[in-house]
Design a protein. Structure first.
Length: 369
C-alpha cells in the first residue's frame, strides 16, 4: 500500500489539467450528440422501418378523412384489386373493391339465425352497403366519398344482409305509405308447370319463376320502358334470382334490367345471366367444376350454383354469401324450392359452401356487385 500511494499522487490533477480535462469531455459529448442526431435524421429520411415504408407507399391523400375514431388511412391490396381503410389502431374498417359497388364496413356485432331450420348462427361485424358508383382506385379523394363514408361508417341503418333477412319465415310485414307490402316472409315460386299462355295438349307451357314485382303485387316499369305485371298467384313469392333483385334492386337501389341483356347496366333476370354478366367483379371465376379455394369471398358476394333442373353447364341457382357461421362453416342465404322460400338453413340441402352437400358440390363461381 505504501508503494501505491506515491504513484496515485503522481497522477493527481492540477488546476490547469482539470480545466483541460473538462473542456475535452464537453467537446467529446457534443460530438457524440451531433453524431446521434445525424444518424437519427438519416434513418428517418433514407431508411425508414419496413412497416413505415409499406404504409407510406400505400397510403393516399384520403388519410385526411376523419371519423369518430380518428383519421382514416387507406391502403391498396390485390386479389381482387381493392382499397382498405384502417382506423388509427390499424384495424380495417372498410373494404372497397375496384369495379364493384358493394362495400363492406365494420360496425356493431349482430347475429343472424334461423332456428326453424338450423342451429347455425352467423355472428358478424360486417355491414354490406352500396356505393353511389363502382369503386375506382383513388376514389377516397373524391368529395362524394367523404360524405358517404362519414354517414355510413358506424350506422345501424339496415344493410344488404339485414334486408335479406326481411324475407325469411317469421319476418315482420312492413308496408309503404301506398299500401304495398315490401317486406315479410316470402314463399318460393308456386308450381311453374301451368297457368298461362298456350301450350300443346297435355303439356302446359312452363312459366318462369316469381320476380320481385310478383312479391310486391304491383306492375314495374324498367328503364328501357318495358313494363312487367305480377301474376296474382305469385303474390309474396320469389325465386332465387327474384330474391336477389328484391334485396339488391328494389330495396337497396341497384339498377334492374327487364331481361337477360348482358349489354345492359341493370341486374339481369336469371341466375345464369347474372353469373355471366358484366356487372361487378368475378371474385371466383366461373368454371364447370367446384372451386378449390373460396377464401376470397366476403359477405354480400353473390354465389352461383349449377343445379339438376337446368341442362348443360347453365347456372340455375343464386344466393348471398353471409360469412362464416359460429362453427366456421361458410354459409349463404337464398330462396329455395325445397325450403319453401328464403333461408340460411339446412332444409332441402345445407346452406354451406364446404363439405359434401348438394349446394357445396354445385358451387361454380361468385361475383361482387
Amino acid at each position: 500500500m505504501k508503494r501505491l500511494l506515491p504513484r496515485i499522487r503522481r497522477f493527481s490533477l492540477t488546476r490547469k489539467n482539470t480545466v483541460l480535462f473538462l473542456v475535452t469531455a464537453v467537446l467529446l459529448a457534443a460530438s457524440c450528440e451531433l453524431s446521434l442526431q445525424l444518424k437519427h435524421r438519416t434513418d428517418k429520411t433514407d431508411a425508414p422501418p419496413a412497416t413505415q415504408t409499406s404504409r407510406a407507399s400505400q397510403a393516399s391523400l384520403g388519410d385526411r378523412i376523419r371519423v369518430r375514431s380518428g383519421p382514416l388511412h387507406f391502403e391498396r391490396i390485390g386479389n381482387p384489386a381493392r382499397t382498405v381503410a384502417r382506423d388509427p389502431r390499424g384495424t380495417v374498417v372498410a373494404t372497397f373493391t375496384d369495379g364493384a359497388r358493394t362495400a363492406v364496413l365494420t360496425g356493431p356485432s349482430r347475429t343472424f339465425a334461423e332456428p326453424r331450420t338450423t342451429d347455425a348462427e352467423v355472428v358478424t361485424k360486417s355491414w354490406v352497403r352500396l356505393l353511389p358508383k363502382p369503386w375506382a382506385r383513388g376514389a377516397e379523394r373524391s368529395g362524394w366519398f367523404r360524405t358517404w363514408i362519414t354517414s355510413r361508417l358506424g350506422s345501424r341503418d339496415p344493410d344488404i344482409l339485414a334486408t335479406a333477412f326481411d324475407y325469411v319465415a317469421g319476418a315482420p310485414v312492413r308496408t309503404t305509405a301506398a299500401g304495398v307490402k315490401y317486406s315479410g316472409a316470402a314463399r318460393y315460386t308456386p308450381d311453374t308447370a301451368g297457368g298461362s299462355g298456350r301450350a300443346a295438349p297435355g303439356k302446359p307451357k312452363p312459366r318462369t319463376g316469381s320476380d320481385f314485382y310478383d312479391y310486391l303485387g304491383i306492375p314495374w316499369t324498367f328503364p328501357d320502358t318495358v313494363t312487367r305485371r305480377p301474376e296474382k298467384d305469385r303474390a309474396r313469392s320469389v325465386d332465387s334470382s327474384g330474391y336477389i333483385r328484391l334485396v339488391y334492386g328494389y330495396r337497396s337501389g341497384f339498377p334492374l334490367s327487364s331481361r337477360d341483356n348482358a349489354a345492359g347496366s341493370g341486374l339481369q333476370r336469371t341466375p345464369d345471366a347474372i353469373a355471366h354478366g358484366r356487372l361487378g367483379v368475378p371474385v371466383i371465376p366461373l368454371t364447370d367444376r367446384r372451386p378449390a379455394v373460396i377464401q376470397q369471398l366476403q359477405p354480400g358476394d353473390l354465389v352461383f350454383f349449377r343445379t339438376r333442373e337446368l341442362p348443360g353447364k347453365r347456372i340455375g341457382h343464386i344466393g348471398i354469401y353471409l360469412g362464416l357461421d359460429t362453427a366456421d362453416h361458410p354459409r349463404f342465404i337464398s330462396s329455395r324450392k325445397n325450403a319453401g322460400g328464403p333461408t340460411m338453413g339446412d332444409k332441402g340441402g345445407t346452406s354451406r359452401l364446404d363439405g359434401d352437400g348438394y349446394y357445396t358440390q354445385g358451387l361454380r363461381g361468385a361475383r361482387r356487385l
